[in-house]
Design a protein around this ligand. Structure first.
Ligand code: SF4
Length: 72
């Protein structure tokens, strides 16, 4: 299975990887360990060597919504 080359340095992944709800697992399985990795906005920033963006920025480029963050 394809895996993101930035998974070891990605602040978003490091911060939320322990999440275990279906919504979060689906996100990780689709982007970080799946076929949508090339569509991740964080991946694009890392590949351009951009630094200083928030760990809370999701693959879609938006900040994690509060209710989503509350999910386990
Ligand atoms: S959020 Fe994006 S950059 Fe981070 S590990 Fe997942 S696919 Fe890679």
């Amino acid at each position: 299975m394809e895996s993101c080359p930035y998974i070891g340095k990605c602040g978003f992944y490091q911060r939320f990887a322990a999440k275990n709800s279906a919504a979060w697992r689906g996100l990780f399985d689709s982007y970080c360990k799946g076929g949508l990795v090339g569509h991740c906005e964080r991946n694009k920033l890392y590949s351009m060597e951009t630094v200083g963006f928030s760990d809370e920025m999701m693959p879609n480029g938006k900040n994690v919504p509060g209710p989503f963050k509350m999910l386990l």
